[in-house]
Design a protein around this ligand. Structure first.
Ligand SMILES: Nc1ncnc2c1ncn2[C@@H]1O[C@H](COP(=O)(O)OP(=O)(O)OP(=O)(O)O)[C@@H](O)[C@H]1O
Ligand SMILES: [Mg+2]
Length: 588
């Protein structure tokens, strides 16, 4: 268990009040109403005791008017108690809903700012669970269990208080019984808490496994590995099932022990009251009042036991969420900082070394200066660190050693807004949102008109292509752009970058093979977008390298060759042999 997940529930609560102060809004009045609603319930046993002792068993005749008056008081008290409890519940639901909505937004917001490293360390399915089901568990508890706990505790304290006024001996006996029970609960609570942490972990695991199996469906089918994947999912679901069953058994043994305790306590009060009552001065009316009070005591204890179960899951969920909210943002937005100037910018790498979490160095002591306006192509074998280099250049990853500067400004001193508006990154996978082509392009420059989007396609020679789609620029691209091919997704991503008119463009060419016609269109579009612009293009096609001003050859995280296409092709090095292979395959 990590340090955060073992955080005490009280500490977790205090922390969540800080993260979502809305949770605390009007809490004092809410609790006050709850206490009033509870205290008024005690009027009933008191009235009954007085009617029995003063009227029924009293010296004179029964006075109907007095009985009626007392009954009226009891009725009024019960009504007011109901209204107060209802008002309290309503307030609690309201503040917890808005507080948890805030917590959800903040968790999501924070997730967005976490670096890619942290996001990869935690699996995505598990992260989705944080903002959805974990918050729901807390909400459920806040709205149902939470009120019960507050009202219940108040009821227990007040009922005990009244018991002691009526007869301290009998009250003492009841207190001893309750105390024994409390010890039992604390023990159970510990065990349940661990069980719930286990269940939540299993749920996150199976969410991750099922999510992966569904999003990777085509790969699964293509390789005919349905069984392997199903087995894995089955195994996770089975683990979840087992954890849930054993937790449910544990919880239900708690509930039954509460039932048992209720019977025991009632029997004890009657027995002790009848035997010792007369000696202790306990009147018949008082004994009946005691029975009512024991009921008022037992009911919230049962509820408390039930809600402890909920409270444990809510606590586990809360700790997991706080773990995210409290994960330090590794790539912070600099306060103040230096915005980038609006002109063509140079990019400098100065002795940069980068590694993922615990792995080996992926970029090794890289120093390179890319002058403003230069069109650079990066080539190298798969796994040589090209994508990593592109991500470090855009500050999606932060190097452990060395620094990167854009336009002479160290990249970690540039505010995000300025950085994102001057640097565009077209990822290798060409991520698209589940929206139309036009809307996806608009992420590059929010608010531009459909006509401007068409113009952008036209400028890159892609108007014919986009109009050949079933709905033109209004074509829906599907989840993750799934209804377009890899090459087509990259075209849309290219237009998105083009329309944002960045000072520096970092482009990771799609590796997926595309048909020759589309290949030509991609090449021309890249050519146009990078024209006269500082650009770093990870080239998987040597034609792209051929068209650039300069080629950097990567090998195992180092730049091993640096020159123009013509210069490098003439050498007897890595590039020359790549080039020969390529010529052999395309022109041979
Ligand atoms: N998120 C990650 N966590 C750990 N290691 C990673 C991660 N991403 C990449 N690597 C490792 O870093 C190395 C370089 O990866 P990178 O993606 O930069 O290669 P590449 O040159 O872009 O390859 P390709 O031509 O296949 O796109 C690889 O060995 C890879 O296994
Ligand atoms: Mg790559």
């Amino acid at each position: 268990m990590s340090e955060q997940t073992s955080m005490k529930t009280s500490a977790a609560l205090a922390r969540s009040f800080k993260v979502a102060p809305e949770l605390r809004t009007g809490l004092v009045l809410t609790l006050g109403l709850a206490v009033v609603g509870t205290a008024l319930q005690l009027v009933v046993p008191v009235v009954i005791q007085q009617i029995i002792d003063n009227e029924i068993l009293g010296a004179g005749d029964v006075n109907p008017a007095a009985v009626l008056k007392r009954g009226g008081i009891a009725l009024l008290a019960v009504l007011v108690a109901m209204v107060a409890r209802f008002a309290s519940l309503r307030r609690l639901v309201r503040s917890s809903s808005s507080g948890l909505a805030q917590l959800r937004i903040r968790t999501f917001d924070h997730l967005h700012r976490l670096s890619m490293l942290e996001l990869q360390a935690e699996r995505r399915g598990a992260l989705v669970a944080r903002v959805t089901s974990d918050i729901e568990t807390i909400q459920h508890w806040m709205e149902w269990g939470g009120v019960g706990m507050v009202l219940g505790s108040a009821q227990i304290v007040l009922a005990l208080f009244l018991m002691f006024i009526y007869g301290w001996q009998l009250a003492l006996a009841v207190t001893a019984g309750v105390a024994m029970y409390a010890v039992m609960i604390v023990v159970f609570q510990r065990v349940l808490s661990n069980a719930h942490d286990r269940v939540r972990e299993r749920v996150a695991d199976s969410l991750a496994a099922t999510g992966e199996a569904i999003s990777g469906l085509s790969t699964v089918r293509a390789y005919g590995v349905e069984e392997v994947v199903m087995d894995r999912v089955d195994e996770k679901l089975d683990d979840q099932f087992k954890a849930e069953v054993s937790t449910a058994i544990l919880a239900s043994s708690l509930f039954s022990s509460a039932e048992l305790f209720a019977g025991f306590l009632t029997a004890m009060v009657v027995g002790i009251g009848v035997v010792f009552g007369p000696d202790w001065g306990v009147s018949a009316g008082t004994l009946v009042a005691f029975l009512f009070l024991v009921n008022l005591l037992i009911e919230p204890i049962q509820r408390l036991v039930e809600t402890i179960d909920q409270a444990q899951s809510a606590g586990a969920g809360l700790r997991k969420i706080l773990h995210i909210v409290d994960t330090e943002i590794a790539i912070p937005d600099p306060v103040g900082g230096t915005p980038l100037p609006d002109r063509s910018l140079r990019v400098e790498f100065n002795r940069v070394t980068f590694r993922y979490l615990e792995g080996p160095d992926i970029l090794k002591n890289i120093s390179v200066l890319i002058p403003a306006g230069q069109r650079v192509a990066i080539v190298g074998e798969t796994g040589s660190g090209k994508t990593t280099f592109a991500k470090v250049a855009t500050r999606l990853l932060v190097p452990q050693i060395g620094d990167v500067a854009v336009g002479g400004v160290p990249i970690d001193e540039v505010p995000f807004v300025s950085l994102r508006s001057h640097l565009a990154y077209v990822p290798q996978e060409g991520f698209l949102f589940d929206a139309s082509v036009a809307e996806n392009v608009r992420y590059g420059r929010p608010g531009v008109s459909d006509d401007a989007v068409k113009v952008a396609f036209d400028e890159l020679g892609l108007l014919g292509w986009v109009e050949s789609l079933p709905g033109g620029i209004d074509t829906q691209v599907g989840e993750l752009g799934g209804s377009l091919s890899g090459g087509e997704r990259q075209l849309v991503a290219l237009v998105r970058a083009w329309i944002s008119d960045p000072s520096v463009l970092v482009l990771d060419e799609a590796t997926s093979s595309v048909d020759p016609a589309l290949e030509v269109q991609i090449r021309n579009a890249i050519e146009h977008v990078t024209q006269g612009r500082t650009s770093i293009t990870v080239a998987h096609r040597l034609s792209t390298a051929e068209a650039s001003d300069r080629v950097l050859v990567f090998d195992e995280g180092r730049i091993v060759e640096d020159g123009t296409h013509t210069e490098l092709a003439a050498l007897d090095g890595v590039y020359a042999s790549m080039h020969q292979d390529w010529e052999g395959s395309t022109r041979g």
